[in-house]
Design a protein around this ligand. Sequence first.
Ligand SMILES: [Zn+2]
Length: 327
Amino acid sequence: MLNPKNSIKTFLLFILIPTFSCFNTFAQVPKKIKTIIVDAGHGGSDAGARGEYEGTLHSQEKNITLAISNKLVTELKKQMNGVKIIPTRTSDVFNTPKEKAQFANDNHGDLFVCIHADAVALKTGSRIIGHRTENYTTTRWVGKGKKKKKIVTPHQREVPIIEYFKIPTTRKGTSTLIFAARKTGDKIKALENGDMAFETDDDDSSLNINYDSPEWKANALLYTQNYFKKSYKLGSIIQQEIANMGRPDLGVWQRDKGIWVLQATRMPAVLIETGFVANYEDERYLNSDKGQQEIAEAIAKALIKYKDQVENPRSVNNADTLSASSK
Ligand SMILES: [Zn+2]
C-alpha cells in the first residue's frame, strides 16, 4: 500500500510531467519574426557621444546611429521579404527611450535592435608648446641701521606654455548589450571597473526606475522567462558577424539596469555599440559610408540568420548533424 507521502509524490508527478512537457511543446513552437524595430539611438537635442579628443572629427553619435540605421533598414527591406521593418526615426528628432519602447510595443515588434556608438571618459594629456618670458624681481637689503637700503633687482625667466588635450581611447570595436533583468552586483561591478562605458546620458539619468516596484519585478520576470535567452542568442550571432567582417569583437554584455529601451520592450532586444566615437580609427570608420554600410550588412546578416534559426530549429539541428558527420 502506498503511504500518504508517496501518493502525494505520485500525484505531483502526474500533474507536473504533463505540465512540463506541455511547456516544452509550447517552447518548441517556432515563433515567426514578422516585425523588426530598428532604433537609431539618440537624436534631436540628444546628441549622444561626441568626438572630443585631439584630432577628432567632432562627430555626434546621433548622426552615426541614424546613418547606420537607415542603411540597415534598406538592407533588411531588400533581404527580408515579408518582414515589416520599422525604424523609430528616419530624421534628426528626439524621442525619449520610454517613447521608443512604447513605439516598439505598439507596433508589435518581434525584435528590437538599437544602434548606438560607444562613449568613454577620456584622459587629459599635456605638452609644452613654447615658452614665454616672465618678469620678476628679487629684493634684498644691504647696510645696517639708518644706512639700510632696499635693493630690488629685475629678472627674466622663460616659462613653458602648456597645452592640455584629450587623448583618444585605444579601445575600438563593436559590442552588444542585452538587459540581464536580475540583480547581480558582481557583474555590475565588473562592468563598471572595465574600460567599457555605457550609455549614461539618456538611458540612466532621466529614468527613475524603482527596482523594488511590482511593475519592475513583473517586467524583469517576464523578460527573464521569455526574452533573455533570445536576446543573448541574437547578440551572439551579431558579434559573430562582426568578428567575421574582421572588426574587433568585444562580445555580448549584460547589464542589469538603466537600459530602458531593452527592459521595457515586450520582445527580445539588443543594443549594439557599433564602435567608439572617441577612438581615432573607429570615429573615421563610423563616419564613412563604407564603415556604416559594412556594419549595417553585418547586422542584417545576423538578423537573417537569427530568424532562420528561430523559425526553423530543425534545419539548424540537421545542419549541425551534417557538419558533424562530414568531419
Ligand atoms: Zn548611445
